[in-house]
Design a protein around this ligand. Structure first.
Ligand code: TLP
Length: 341
């Protein structure tokens, strides 16, 4: 099977499995796991932040960030297409108890204008606004990048309003590699940043939530609330260290494969794709109205290719370490046959 459903399908590398077996561990709830401590320090350093917290998933990382930034009943400004609003089972409302006010991120990019457009002047009737939530790269946007200058403008707006900024940087290293800049250049314009080790970076489990020391202390407590305090988690953190030290540069291969795939797709009748949106490892495209996404995915599956669908007549394919450039050619051929039928 050529699995293009997500970059989450990546298996740990041989080196990861080796360091996991040999990891020096302790009880992390006591702060005594040296490997977790090393991963957290490394993650903080990569983001240019004072501290970081190891969490089991990107979903928990975003949730814990909301719990640490807000109180129930407060309002957050979040992208209408953002993962934290769209794909996290409503945890923001159900667990954090915050009210989302939606910002237009349909183009897969966040702008200060879009935030300004939904800001309200304080009023007795309104909830207190507390936080801006960004996502970079933007998953539903198709792996699109909000550039550093746009992030800076949003951050300056938040500062003027005394609001905090959280960045869902699940794929921040994809943005960094594509832009040819360190991830810290992006993270600089957020008070907290969540990033995943288990996507293109291939660790089996885990995300990090980085920010100021005091924020991370609050986040540590919030992680305990949601049952995310882990014990000998150094076994997992060991793979995370390899992910951060050795796997970032290779994301360029995924980007090249995504581009290869997108260019091939653009030539297939019945497929509509905006090549300008293919900026990292995600390829999102539209099928002719006569073909449903279910039909397309089933026929493709029968030819040994797995993909996903973010909505009606839409298909998402994500380049990842398990898929070679030859596999991309094979997948393209399968798509040509399905579309010709
Ligand atoms: N995204 C997954 C699915 O949940 C859709 C995927 O296959 O892309 N933020 C962003 C921007 C994400 O894309 C994801 C995962 C998460 C957070 C959550 O991470 P996990 O899966 O570790 O909870």
């Amino acid at each position: 099977m050529i699995d293009l459903r997500s970059d989450t399908v990546t298996w740990p590398t041989d080196e990861m499995r080796r360091v996991m077996a040999e990891a020096v561990v302790g009880d992390d709830v006591y702060g005594e796991d040296p490997t977790v401590n090393r991963l957290e320090a490394l993650g903080a350093q990569k983001m240019g932040k004072e501290a970081a917290l190891f969490v089991p998933s990107g979903t928990m990382s975003n949730l814990v960030a909301l719990l640490a930034h807000t109180r129930p009943g407060e309002e957050i400004l979040v992208g209408a297409e953002a993962h934290v609003y769209y794909y996290e089972v409503g945890g923001l409302a159900r667990v954090a108890g915050v009210l989302p006010r939606l910002v237009d991120d349909r183009d897969g990019v966040f702008t200060a204008e879009a935030f300004k457009a939904v800001l309200r002047t304080p009023n007795l009737h309104f909830p207190e606004t507390r936080l801006f939530c960004l996502e970079n790269t933007h998953n539903r946007g198709g792996g699109t990048i909000t550039n550093v200058e746009q992030m800076q403008e949003i951050y300056e707006l938040a500062r003027e309003l005394h609001l905090a900024v959280h960045l869902d940087g699940a794929r921040i290293f994809n943005a960094a590699v594509a832009a040819g800049r360190p991830a810290a250049d992006f993270a600089r314009y957020a008070d907290s940043v969540s990033f995943c080790l288990s996507k293109g970076l291939s660790a089996p489990v885990g995300s990090l939530l980085a920010g100021g020391r005091e924020f991370v202390q609050r986040a540590r407590k919030a992680r305990k609330v949601v049952g995310g305090g882990m014990r000998q988690a150094g076994v997992l953190a060991a793979a995370g260290i390899v992910a951060l030290e050795k796997m970032v540069d290779r994301l360029a291969e995924d980007h090249a494969n995504a581009r290869r795939l997108a260019v091939g797709l653009a030539e297939i009748p019945g497929i509509k794709i905006d090549l300008a949106r293919v900026q990292t490892n995600i390829v999102s495209y539209e099928l002719a109205p006569t073909l449903t996404e279910e039909e397309f995915l089933a026929r493709l599956n029968a030819k040994g290719v797995l993909a996903g669908s973010p909505g009606p007549h839409r298909i998402r394919m994500v380049a990842n370490r398990m898929v070679s450039s030859e596999d991309i050619e094979t997948a393209l051929q399968a798509i040509r046959v399905v579309m010709a039928a």
